[in-house]
Design a protein around this ligand. Structure first.
Ligand code: HEC
Ligand code: HEC
Length: 148
């Protein structure tokens, strides 16, 4: 697996893979044995990768990984840098993939002219691509694509 999935997903995989089977597997965290307050900015886990080709999605409803650097792309109460390129008004001009239609719907499926509040914090679900080595061995295989 070449990405760091959103934390919830990682937890779910860990629980089903490790806890479920009752097997205990030794694993080392990304920061190794270095205590969290002694990490330096030069450590690998803080080094984002350069813009690159998209890693294909592993299942249909996976939030796609971010194939570009997001350094300095801030999301504040009044401004969402991601939507500067990804909104339906800007996507064509910037060449960014238009956010999915679902991103304009609220939880009652009501369509909004702007990004839905529940999709506002993009990094809650989308993470930059990173060639992370798996922390524990797993046998997960991407779901077959339709028609294969
Ligand atoms: C300066 C314009 C710009 C900004 C700002 C920007 N993006 Fe992008 N983004 C792009 C472009 C262009 C692509 C398409 C790259 C490609 O297809 O190779 C892209 C691709 C993506 C994809 C992959 C979509 C797919 O096709 O599967 C995701 C996810 C994404 N961006 C998320 C974000 C998030 C989250 C932010 C804010 C933190 C953000 N982007 C900010 C331009 C931008
Ligand atoms: C609650 C989780 C969540 C949040 C928050 C979220 N997304 Fe997504 N995003 C997804 C999922 C899941 C998909 C793929 C399934 C779908 O189409 O809904 C997706 C798809 C996309 C795509 C690909 C659309 C396509 O047609 O292939 C882009 C681009 C994208 N999101 C950008 C963003 C940006 C930019 C933000 C913030 C403004 C954002 N997303 C916020 C979950 C999220």
């Amino acid at each position: 697996m070449r990405f760091i999935p959103a934390l919830g997903l990682a937890a779910a995989l860990l629980l089903s893979g490790v806890g479920g089977a009752g097997a205990q597997q030794k694993f080392e965290s990304l920061r190794g044995d270095v205590p969290i307050d002694q990490l330096s900015k030069n450590d690998n886990m803080f080094r984002p990768e350069r813009d690159q080709d998209l890693i294909p999605r592993d299942f249909q409803k996976q939030p796609p990984l971010i194939p570009h650097s997001i350094k300095g792309y801030n999301i504040t109460q009044n401004f969402n840098k991601c939507m500067d390129c990804h909104s339906k008004e800007r996507a064509e001009e910037t060449g960014a993939t238009l956010v999915a239609k679902s991103h304009y719907l609220d939880r009652e499926d009501k369509k909004h002219p702007n990004i839905s509040p529940r999709r506002y914090f993009c990094l809650q679900c989308h993470v930059p691509q990173f060639d992370a080595k798996p922390l524990v061995a797993n046998t997960y295989k991407p779901a077959a694509k339709r028609g294969e």
